[in-house]
Ligand binder design. Sequence first.
Ligand code: NI
Length: 391
Amino acid sequence: MPIVNRISDLHAQITEWRRDLHAHPELRYDLPRTAGLVAEKLRAFGCDEVVPGIGRSGVVGVIRGAKGGNGAPGKVIGLRADMDALPIEEANDVPHRSTVPGKMHACGHDGHTAMLLGAARHLAETRNFAGTAVVIFQPAEEGGAGALAMIKDGLFERFGIDEVYGMHNAPGLPVGRFATRTGPIMAAQDLVTIDIEGVGGHAARPHLSIDTVLVGAQIVSALQSVVSRNVDPLKAAVVSICMFQAGNTDNVIPQTARLRGTARSLAPEVRDLLEERIGRIAEATAAAYGAKARLDYRRGYPVLVNHAREAGFAAGVAGEVAGADKVDPNIAPFMGAEDFAYMLEQRPGAFVFVGNGDSAGLHNPAYDFNDEVIPYGTSYWVRLVETALPG
Ligand code: NI
């Protein structure tokens, strides 16, 4: 029993929604059109409750199953999609191209939102389960911690959610395939900022200055030893310095410099080690040259850790939809970050990847969500609820 039949019938309509969302991207928490459209559709589908404004612009829909029937809410399963786009100028020349300069759905959240809407429509129509399905549409996945905002707004308590599931499309994974794993599947993402203070001066009299360009370059080099010499070789970590800002002209040694980058890890002890080593190396390297360095280390999204039972369950449901041989239940972790991690700190659940085929990569200006994924992702959501809440 692969794709749910009725979902095949809805494919064209869900594609239309997806392309409409794609043409009208919105950023972070500022999602008046997107969140408004989601709430309007959930009401039209006949959801028992539709609550906008959770975590500023998140939307929640509640659908009660028709099986069981003793009036109790039963077990409550949360399904989560993200709604926000990215500040990227779209390079695609397609009819549903972004109509907003400098903004585009380059991570497929348009597809995630449309697929969960499709599932909500089907679940509200059929109600072939015992218990409650809660569809969660969150803002600000891209760097704004919208999931955390919804949690702080009482998401889990207010709707009595027992388990929560998430899904992201994966370019490079063929359409019709799923992948997941038990344990850490995406990384903790921390922001590194190092401010260096030296002594500015004339470029022709370097002996009277303390050159922050040289000090910054030495710090960037020395930081390469953190992953290669301090982290256990069997554990994963990334330290990337991606910005080096210093100076304004060619004949002045700059007084200050700033380095910025990211530190990624999959385990709490590695995360602590990265923070400690980056700070020590920056300060000590600067001191060796008579300069000062100060580390500002900001912890961002935590490690996304799939719970064992729920990851196994999710892989089983994906196997039912796509065929067991099309599901990788033990994919290697990915060092990107995802704020669904906050939700899995609150409740058991699992995150899965669904193949987007050979599209451009996520966050690339030529990326586009593949509409052929819709029957797989939507059927997965529907079958997840029906299987978890059989009655
Ligand atoms: Ni994304």
